[in-house]
Design a protein around this ligand. Sequence first.
Ligand code: SF4
Length: 91
Amino acid sequence: MELHGIFPAEDMSWQREANCLGVHPDLFFPERGASTREAKEVCKGCVVRDECLEFALNNGEKFGIWGGMSERERRRIRRARSLERRAVVGA
Ligand code: SF4
């Protein structure tokens, strides 16, 4: 099974529940500056949204909508988590 046209090695069984199965992958990789609204609408009702987002964060996915979030939104999360980790190590 594939999601976003990618065949990863790790356990991706959560994909079976993905709301985007059968939706054209292009929707999740809009051109720069194009709307992400449609893709995010699909993600909104997805029961594996958290798994999808964590997969993207863990694998450093730089492009596309994953877990209902854009690259920029994921970058913000990664930065916040990195700061949290540093704060814990420095505590
Ligand atoms: S959160 Fe969005 S991209 Fe991820 S599996 Fe669900 S519908 Fe697909």
